[in-house]
Every structure is written in structure tokens, then in C-alpha cells.
Ligand binder design. Structure first.
Ligand code: SAM
Length: 173
């Protein structure tokens, strides 16, 4: 008589478990990233500005901090600011933080922008007269807050959409 040793995990139970298990994730040998996007990601990893971005949504925020210091852009008399081409929102963050919440900031962009506390976001093309009307209407409505209904400062960091250095953000209200 011959004895056949069968491991319990080699039986039907094991076959059922194997069938139910999700397919293993096998890393693809082919990368879908192009050479230039790989180079971009590598540069981002070693870019000291990206590393020090901190709580700002974009490193562009440091550019505005420098400009503001050099040209005294954010003095206390500047109560209402329009930020044209605002997404992902680094400049808007600087503007509202420097104003300690008392400044009226209207941000405008073609892209969605995640809400920045204390910033009113208008989604649209600032070259479009309808967008300009929406900005004007908001300033008129806000007028009482700062004693006037016009912008003290209009800033623009707008560029063609080649991908700013922040992620895409959701819809703001
Ligand atoms: C360099 S990013 C701005 C970065 C922003 N200053 C920050 O600190 O996060 C340029 C932005 O300009 C916007 N833009 C370009 N042309 C525009 C237009 N005509 N109307 C509205 N936004 C525009 C783009 O959608 C893009 O989000």
C-alpha cells in the first residue's frame, strides 16, 4: 500500500482561496512616464523651493513675498486686492495672511481653485468682460467693508496653462 501525503493547503480549499484572491500586482517593466516628465519629477524632488513650500500651495508664494517686500505692496492701506491667474492659490494665501483676515481678496482663474479662507474665488477668464463684471459686482457688494468698492492693487501671475507647480484643486465657492 502506498501512502500519499496531501498538505491541507494543497486541496480544494487552497484552490478556492487562490481563485478568490486578487491578482498580484506585478510592477510593469515599461514606464508610462516620458523621459521629460521623469526628469521633471526628479527636479521637483531636489528643488529646495519645492521642499520648503511648507503650507503654501505653490512656490510662487515666495516670489510674491519678495516682490511685496521690495515694492511695499502689502502695506496696511492696501485693503482690496485682485489676484488674476490665482490657481493653485499661493499668492492668495500670502495676500490674505499678510492682511490678517481684514483684507478683501478676489482671486480669478480659468482653473478651479481649492478654497483659501478669506478669499473670494471667481472662476473664469479675466479677459472676458463677463468675468470682469463678476469681479466688479463682488467689489461693489463688499464696498462697505473697506470703505470703498474698488481694488487698491491688481496683481497677476498668469501664464499659459502648462501645469503650475501645485496639484489641481477642487471647486471653490
Ligand atoms: C503660474 S499660475 C499662478 C500661480 C499662482 N500665482 C500661485 O501662487 O499659486 C498661472 C495661472 O494663470 C491662469 N491664467 C492664465 N490665463 C488666464 C486668464 N486669461 N484668465 C484667468 N486665469 C488665467 C492659469 O490658469 C494658471 O492657473
Amino acid at each position: 500500500m502506498s501512502l500519499r501525503l496531501v498538505h491541507p493547503l494543497a486541496g480544494p480549499l487552497a484552490r478556492r482561496a487562490a481563485a478568490a484572491a486578487p491578482a498580484p500586482i506585478v510592477p510593469s517593466s515599461r514606464s508610462t512616464a516620458t523621459k521629460s516628465s521623469q526628469a521633471y519629477i526628479a527636479r521637483q524632488k531636489t528643488d529646495p523651493f519645492v521642499a520648503s513650500r511648507g503650507s503654501f500651495r505653490s512656490r510662487a508664494a515666495f516670489k510674491l513675498l519678495d516682490l511685496a517686500k521690495k515694492y511695499r505692496l502689502l502695506r496696511s492701506s492696501v485693503k482690496t486686492v485682485v489676484d488674476l491667474g490665482s490657481a493653485p492659490g499661493g499668492w492668495s494665501q500670502v495676500l490674505t495672511q499678510a492682511g490678517r483676515g481684514s483684507r478683501t481678496v478676489v482671486a480669478v482663474d480659468l482653473l478651479d481653485m481649492e478654497k483659501v479662507e478669506g478669499v473670494h474665488f471667481v472662476k473664469g477668464d479675466f479677459l472676458d468682460p463677463r468675468t470682469r463684471l463678476r469681479i466688479r459686482d463682488y467689489l461693489l457688494a463688499e464696498g462697505g467693508k473697506n470703505g470703498h468698492n474698488r481694488a487698491d492693487l491688481v496683481l497677476s501671475d498668469s501664464t499659459a496653462n502648462l501645469g503650475c507647480d501645485g496639484p489641481s484643486y477642487g471647486t471653490a465657492d
